[in-house]
Ligand binder design. Structure first.
Ligand code: B12
Ligand code: SF4
Length: 463
């Protein structure tokens, strides 16, 4: 269920404006900027599946962020990608389509982790990374022998060449269509994340020559920025250095996600910078080491983070620093620590998240067992995720009455228009994107604050 404030995303563009002339003006100005900036990137999962060739089968992608589902077309099979935070709308859509007589297949992270909860909502389930098994589904569809469930045994071997086409996308819908993944799997086990649950602990690479060929082919159709969607694009430093050195001649500009360890590897930093890296998202989480340990995050020791971030920025790469405030050893002192860290490092775009316990992760089960979830553990719809909105759990060392004001005061200070302008002026590159993101966050964190203050009132009433 999306929040009324619109913090959940695209619906914010249609959200009713609130009272106050100045506020209305600011809201509508920011909404227009966001609409124009069109931050959306295409879903790689559906691009991959849509590239699987089976004679006689044609794929179409409908991105419900921009398009209305074409119900008048006689589709043979409709696939829906189900993310954990969007289970309810996915099931509702499936019910509507099935009531009209269409066959529906559900796949994606939620289906893979909770198949038993999905069985009644589809004709067919696909469990796991579907790169290879999707062709079996299509062949069975052709021969009218679809099974109820397709379960991927082994993780697909990514070193097998499989080309990805963008021809089924409408490029006008997106900020860029250049999304590429070089590897899957994560060697770490942060308990708030389900990447290692979904994709395993072993890093599986694509061949460097395949990735380079893909970049070359993508460039012919769209010269905009590239997104490397890997969770940690520097996880295997040797592979990353080889790959990005080979990409230097293509003169692309790109962004991705990395660990701050990058700042300690000058050769790799040089390869990133020379291949056109403009910005990296890094997960800092807590500035209290004990908190990170409590959530099984052992890489990136806190005392080395600041120096690493400075090194990355000095190499001309912007840093999006992602924090989670409210982890298990955090006290309210974290709020000031985060602010001081932002000043000391010059992080270009900060993201100050609340912990969103996602069903299927270690932290979800632990908080549920400890009686700290604020919603029923079986009601997965309650555990939607986004920037903030309401609290889903009780922090360990801070009462909710203290935590919510501490968090909202922090985001009010960090996400001001003045700070947005300052960060853009000091960004090592991509200044207009840094400005846009920061302004977007001024707006979004404002919405998140209204959700939280409503929750505070409700909690007070229920006491
Ligand atoms: C890129 C990305 C984004 C992009 C979105 C890009 C886009 N338009 O798709 C951006 C930056 C916008 C984003 C935002 C967010 N993201 Co994100 N994101 C990712 C990331 C890094 C890669 C996704 C991807 O493309 N993977 C590659 C594809 C190939 O893998 P896949 O999607 O799993 O698809 C395979 C299978 O699942 C299956 N499959 C998938 N769909 C279907 C459908 C059918 C019919 C079938 C048969 C099979 C099938 O086959 C596919 C091929 O093998 C993942 C992490 C990850 N490694 O997946 C996180 C991840 C999906 N994001 C996550 C989160 C939490 C968020 C945010 C809430 C973050 C935030 N706090 O704001 C927002 C929410 C956005 C939203 N409203 O949904 C979580 C989701 C947890 C969950 N669902 O259980 C993930 C898993 C990361 C994590 N740490 O846990 N994200
Ligand atoms: S948060 Fe990042 S590093 Fe931690 S397990 Fe998930 S993908 Fe790996």
């Amino acid at each position: 269920m999306p929040a009324d404030s619109g913090v959940d995303g695209p619906s914010l563009l249609e959200a009713p404006v609130r009272t106050g002339v100045l506020k209305n003006f600011k809201d509508s100005l920011l909404k227009n900027i966001i609409k124009r900036a069109q931050f959306a990137i295409p879903p790689l999962s559906l691009m991959i599946l849509g590239s699987v060739e089976v004679p006689g089968i044609e794929h179409h992608i409908c991105d419900l962020r921009f398009e209305t589902f074409p119900l008048d077309t006689p589709w043979d099979l409709i696939g829906i990608s189900v993310q954990t935070g969007a289970v309810k709308p996915a099931f509702e859509l499936s019910a509507l389509l099935r009531a009209k007589g269409f066959k529906v297949v559900l796949g994606g992270p939620y289906v893979t982790i909770f198949p038993e909860r999905c069985r009644d909502h589809a004709d067919v389930l696909v469990l796991g990374e579907a790169d290879e098994i999707w062709s079996d589904v299509l062949v069975d569809l052709k021969h009218d022998r679809l099974q109820k469930e397709y379960r991927v045994g082994e993780f697909p071997d990514l070193s097998q060449s499989r080309s990805v086409t963008k021809d089924i996308l409408d490029p006008g819908n997106y900020f860029t269509t250049n999304v590429v993944q070089t590897s899957r799997g994560c060697p770490y086990s942060c308990d708030f994340c389900n990447v290692h649950v979904m994709n395993g602990h072993r890093i599986r690479h694509r061949k460097i020559s395949d990735v380079v060929r893909e970049v070359e082919g993508f460039l012919e159709k769209d010269r905009r920025i590239f997104f490397f969607l890997d969770d940690t694009v520097n996880a295997d430093e040797e592979y990353a250095e080889k790959l990005f050195r080979e990409l230097i001649p293509y003169r692309i500009s790109w962004v991705g996600q990395a660990t701050t360890k990058l700042g300690e590897n000058p050769r790799l930093l040089d390869a990133f910078s020379r291949s056109g890296c403009g910005a990296l998202l890094v997960g800092i989480e807590s500035l209290a080491e004990e908190s990170n340990r409590a959530h099984h995050k052992f890489h990136n020791p806190v005392e080395r983070q600041a120096a690493c971030i400075r090194a990355i920025r000095e190499a001309g790469i912007c840093v999006y620093g992602s924090f989670i405030y409210g982890l298990d050893a955090d006290t309210v002192a974290q709020a000031d620590a985060i602010e001081a860290f932002l000043d000391a490092t010059g992080i270009d775009v900060p993201g100050i998240n609340l912990l969103r316990p996602i069903p299927g992760t270690g932290v979800f089960d632990r908080l549920a067992d400890e009686g700290r979830l604020l919603f029923d553990r079986n009601d997965h719809d309650a555990f939607r995720f986004s920037w903030g909105q309401e609290m889903l759990y009780r922090p360990n060392k801070i009462s909710l009455d203290e935590f919510i004001p501490s968090y909202t005061e922090l985001t009010k200070r960090v996400f001001s228009v003045g700070n947005a302008l300052k960060r853009a002026a000091h960004a090592p590159t991509l200044r207009s994107a840094v400005l846009m993101f920061n302004l977007f966050y001024v707006h979004m964190y404002g919405l998140s604050r209204s959700d939280l203050s409503r929750q505070m009132e409700e909690l007070a009433e229920s006491k």
